[in-house]
Design a protein around this ligand. Structure first.
Ligand code: HEC
Ligand code: HEC
Length: 598
């Protein structure tokens, strides 16, 4: 078994040696062999019929079950549509699953399946290992759950809110999930959350650099902070009271030249350690008091940091999801050491005995890592899957930082979750350096031909080749890789937000959109058109003709126009009135109300 590099302390050693090599055989017909599982959440449940078990939430909608005593995969249970997070309920046996795909919260409890089957071969399950005790509708696009005692917080990505539920102690029931205690609207799409311990909840932006401190008692927004980094992940409290956040940063004024990328001055992958008090109190010196640790260097790839855990001794462990590694180091380390795991490590669960369980999202496995030795000691495949489709292969490439020079970034570093990190980047998009452009969202990109701000790209495949060559400075792609990536891009869709609530204001806005002939350039149904136009805006290099951005999903953009100079829809018309037409101040509220529904 190729993963047995260092002997594991203790009793599990013998069992481990058996697991990874053989686990496929007995998986049997009960396993779904269709879509890849794409594990993206892990939680240790100490109170199952097997004792401690690792539960794995999969994008395929299933939850896989691994008995940790002998690292045996017991099987998987269908649960929902797309499980993005799991939180242990107070009884230690049941878990709450966040079903992003069905917009539901699920309570899962151990079923009558065989939790004590002898390893290493899991038997084809006759009875389910887990049962859905309750499935309760929640906000649109729930993404993470965090529990502290009887408080359960759920972040809702595209609906831009966090909701708090009260659980009635160990016997928490579905009824507890019927109505949230409070709902807090946020100025960004929230994803990761962390209870700060003093009645506060920290919430981080899923795309850009927003942080919010919310009162856990009533949802009041106590503080917001905009960091210069983006892709904020891995919120962790250190034993010394500091807050750790993993993130990336695009450095202003730098270019996608091979030199800027190689030396790590274009984009960096880091963990920031910041004094919590300064963050919560809004101390303007926060920036200076924050320690930024680089996770890689010119020789050590570190693209796309994700989850982070910290040991009781203060050792940080960070999943580098773009390059299939874990980074290790103390909070004062000068340089992190790295260990290899599977593809796309994105979530980590730590047991109390020095073992880490890492969900390798893109290779459908769990890596078991010994913290002290900093080595992977076993790998548990989650079961057979059908051969990958072109779209699935393209998705792997999109998130693979080894496509870039020295592994500093993937497509997802800027086009986060297919959307955007809301930053500017000087990428040779227009053939020159010196006029950084807003990173475009790729949601709905199939329909917005031609592509790029200058509207010069007529085949999505050409943009793929160009992005890898001049943005990532990566290797030459094979023909099939190009078409796979393009096939994946064509599947990226805007979130479904439902039909707008009709109102007089909306009708007025729709009428104004027609009256001003906005349709001439922003033509329904995609609200763009193929040409380029001068609407009175010029970039740093004198380019003044741009392809009209599609207005579909415009509400999800934080910065607008090619240079991000408008910070809101209002500003598009106030700061830059010359979009080919003068919009009167009287029409603006209605027009904007209409744009927000697209
Ligand atoms: C460093 C940030 C960055 C990375 C990494 C990146 N892009 Fe982009 N992308 C941009 C920017 C900025 C633009 C707009 C450039 C322009 O038009 O001048 C863009 C534009 C695009 C567009 C055109 C979208 C439209 O609506 O016109 C596509 C498609 C695209 N990128 C795909 C990719 C792919 C595929 C990868 C990975 C191979 C990738 N990008 C990596 C920053 C990035
Ligand atoms: C002559 C073509 C044309 C007309 C007419 C036009 N636009 Fe645009 N629009 C553009 C172009 C080109 C841009 C990009 C300009 C830039 O970023 O420098 C743009 C940008 C925008 C943006 C910012 C989108 C983003 O993602 O940055 C909004 C919003 C917008 N237009 C709305 C409207 C509305 C509403 C009307 C009618 C009142 C209108 N436009 C009329 C061509 C046009």
């Amino acid at each position: 078994m190729r993963d047995m590099r260092t002997p594991l302390p203790g009793r599990r050693l013998a069992a481990l040696a058996l697991v990874a090599g053989a686990v496929w055989l007995g998986f049997g017909s009960a396993a779904r062999a269709e879509a890849p599982r794409r594990p993206q959440a892990v939680v240790l449940a100490p109170g199952t019929p097997a004792g401690e078990a690792l539960l794995v939430g999969n994008r395929a909608g299933t939850v896989s079950v691994v008995r940790t005593a002998d690292l045996t995969l017991l099987g998987e249970a269908p649960a929902g549509a797309n499980i993005t997070d799991l939180a242990l309920l107070p009884d230690g046996a049941r878990v709450l699953a966040v079903d992003h795909g069905a917009h539901e919260l699920l309570v899962l409890r151990p079923g009558n399946g065989d939790w004590t089957a002898p390893g290493p071969f899991p038997a084809a399950a006759a009875a389910p290992l887990l049962e859905v005790e309750a499935a309760v509708p929640t906000c649109r696009y729930p993404v993470r759950a965090a529990r502290q005692d009887a408080s359960l917080a759920v972040s809702c990505l595209w609906s831009r809110r966090v909701q708090m539920y009260d659980l009635t102690g160990p016997d928490a029931t579905a009824g507890d999930l019927d109505t949230p205690r409070w709902v807090a609207d946020l100025p960004f799409e929230p994803q990761e959350m962390l209870f700060l311990g003093d009645g506060k909840l920290l919430v981080a932006d899923g795309f850009g650099g927003g942080l919010a401190v919310v009162s856990a008692a009533d949802g009041e927004l106590l503080r917001t902070k905009e960091l210069t980094g983006h892709n904020l992940r891995g919120l962790t409290l250190l034993p010394d009271g500091r807050l750790g956040i993993t993130h990336q940063e695009l450095h202003t004024g730098m270019h996608t030249t091979s030199d800027d990328i190689r030396w790590g001055v274009f984009i960096t992958n880091s963990v920031s350690l910041m004094p919590l008090d300064d963050l919560v109190s809004g101390n303007p010196r926060l920036g200076r008091r924050t320690r930024i640790m680089d996770l890689g260097d010119v020789l050590t790839p570190s693209g796309d940091p994700a989850a982070m855990v910290v040991s009781p001794e203060g050792e940080l462990v960070i999943a580098l999801s773009g390059v299939g590694r874990l980074a290790f180091g103390g909070a004062d380390a000068r340089r992190m050491s790295h260990a290899r795991v599977g593809r796309g490590p994105s979530a980590i669960a730590a047991d109390g005995n020095g073992l880490l369980y890492v969900a390798n999202t893109r290779s459908d496995e769990i890596s078991v890592v010994a913290l002290a030795e900093q080595t992977e000691v076993a790998r548990i495949p989650l079961g057979p899957a059908a051969p990958l489709t072109a779209v699935e292969r393209g998705e792997l490439l999109f998130h693979d930082a080894s496509l870039s020079l020295r592994g500093w970034m993937s497509c997802a570093s800027c086009h986060t979750q297919g959307h955007t990190n809301h930053r500017l980047s000087d990428t040779l998009g227009d053939g020159t350096y010196g006029a950084p452009k807003r990173v475009l969202s790729l949601l709905g990109v199939a329909d917005t031909k031609p592509w790029a701000w200058d509207g010069q790209i007529r085949r999505l495949e050409d943009q793929v080749v160009k992005s890898v060559r001049t943005t990532l400075r990566g290797r030459r792609l094979e023909e099939r890789e190009v078409s796979d990536l393009a096939a994946y891009l064509r599947t990226l869709e805007l979130p479904e937000v439902g039909a707008p609530v009709e109102s007089a204001l909306l009708a007025e806005g729709r009428e104004a959109f027609d009256r001003y002939a906005c349709n001439r350039c922003h033509t329904a149904p995609v609200y763009t058109s193929p040409g380029v136009h001068n609407v009175g805006l010029t970039d740093e290099l004198g380019h003044d003709r741009f392809n009209p951005p599609s207005l579909r999903g415009v509400r999800f953009r934080r910065a607008l126009l090619h240079d991000g100079s408008a910070k809101s829809l209002e500003e598009v018309f106030e700061v830059h009135p010359g979009l080919g037409v003068e919009v009167s101040a009287d029409d603006l509220p209605a027009l904007i109300a209409f744009l927000r529904t697209l």
